[in-house]
Design a protein around this ligand. Structure first.
Ligand code: ZN
Length: 210
């Protein structure tokens, strides 16, 4: 069972274990500071792996997430690859291998796969990105690296992870087709403008000279 420290009322609810490093934690309740968990003095745990683990478990429990819009733009023309927003997830599998890659989470939305990665300290590397492209699997990266997560209460932390923290598409298989549509429109628009320009040069009546 994963709990945010604010849900703890007494150390009698323990023992508590860090979900990142699995070391034993001490529940602290200072008079003028927020209650918190403390690792042992000689611990080397930064808490980052705990945040990473927490984000995955939260996603699996909440089964809702905000996915970002993916749009390609050129010369004032836009093609939408994916219109973002909050989605309900049919299911979430954590760290289950997909062909030759293993995303933090694989979510199914309307029967479609969406790989979800949480960036805490390491972004999706090139090797993983190549594998995701080969598997033709859309992948979103949610960037938690700038989150002041120790200072957030549980509700705000959850909202940041699921909805508000920066997120972007690492790969979307439909963007190749959208790029072709965009290129076609850009060429057509240039032709139209070229046509108008020629008309100006050839047919526009000359201004009478004063
Ligand atoms: Zn730890």
């Amino acid at each position: 069972m994963v709990r945010h420290v604010e849900q703890i009322a007494s150390s009698r609810q323990g023992p508590f274990t860090c979900i990142g490093c699995e070391e034993r934690l001490t529940f602290k309740r200072p008079v003028k500071k927020r209650q918190h968990f403390a690792h042992k003095a000689d611990s080397r745990c930064s808490g980052e792996s705990a945040l990473h683990q927490y984000a995955k478990l939260l996603l699996a429990a909440a089964r809702r997430i905000t996915l970002p819009t993916l749009a390609l733009r050129e010369g004032g023309i836009e093609e939408i690859v994916y219109r973002g927003g909050e989605v309900a997830l049919d299911s979430v599998r954590l760290e289950s291998p997909e062909r030759d890659f293993q995303p933090d989470a694989m979510a199914i939305v309307d029967g479609q796969r969406r790989a979800i990665e949480f960036k805490v300290s390491h972004a999706v590397d090139e090797a993983k990105q190549e594998k995701v492209v080969r598997a033709a699997c859309p992948m979103v990266e949610i960037d938690l690296s700038g989150l002041k997560w120790r200072k957030l209460d549980g509700e705000e932390l959850d909202r940041q992870i699921l909805h508000d923290a920066p997120r972007h598409w690492v790969h979307h298989p439909e963007s190749a087709e959208a790029q072709i549509r965009l290129d076609t429109r850009v060429v057509a628009e240039r032709k139209k403008r070229g046509g108008r320009l020629r008309w100006h040069i050839l047919e526009r009546p000359q201004d009478p000279r004063p």
